[in-house]
Structure formats: C-alpha cells, structure tokens
Design a protein around this ligand. Sequence first.
Ligand code: ZN
Length: 148
Amino acid sequence: MSPVLSEFERAIGRGLFRVPECTECGAAVWPPSEFCSACLGGVRLGLGYGGGGVSGDGDKRLQGRIVECSMEMPAGRPAAGSVRSSFFCLVAFECGIRLIARLAAPVPPAPGDVVVLSSCGMSPDGAGYVFEVSTPDAPEDPANPANM
Ligand SMILES: [Zn+2]
C-alpha cells in the first residue's frame, strides 16, 4: 500500500476525508493514488473535510451537487410521520471528485441539488469507503451541537 493511500485510510477511519491532490497540477486525484492520473505528478493529501466533531481540521464542509440517484430501502424503522428513505447518489463535489454517497431524505433528491459531505469512513468489511451526504438546510445532527 502506498504511503498516500495508508495515510488516506487512517484519516477516513477517523471520519476525515482528506482530498488527494496532485502536487504538480493541483487536480483532485480519485481514487487515491500515488500519481496524478492527469499528469503523473506526485500526490499529497489536502485538508480534511468531516462532519464536525472530529478534532483538528474536520469542521470544513465539502459541498457537491447530485448528479443522479437511485432509491435504496427505507432507513431503519421510520418514526411516525417522518419517513426517511435513503438514496444512493452520484455526487460531483466541488473539489472535482465524484463519489457514490448515501443520502437520507424524505423525498428523492433531484439532479443539481446541493449536498454536503456529512460523514465518511471505511466500510464495515474494510473493503471500501462509505460516504454520506446531507442537504445543507436539513436540521443538523442533534448529537452534534458543535455548529454554533
Ligand atoms: Zn497532476
């Protein structure tokens, strides 16, 4: 495993999404790799984005737009009157990376809708990454009162 990848996975394991960037042309490099896919320059990890609650620089929000989405199953057992489903969305983030992320929302998002990265991590089996996004005007996670 390359140093960039292991560093990336350490960060994402803590809920921090550090965007791999080319040291030559500045392009975001996805998936994380030792070399830029555009110019073969070196890659370093940029500042981290997180959903807050992570010590350090995890307070920044990474914003993106829905490209397309498909419905998954309802998320858990919905409380009365608040049926929220989760959707798998292809999201184009402002840093130039496109990811499949999960969005829990009462209605399907439309292409072009703005979302923010709300959490990220390794999948339970360690075989990949999981990303969740939320709509910026949705109520914040009540377990995370840090956004004052
Ligand atoms: Zn490059």
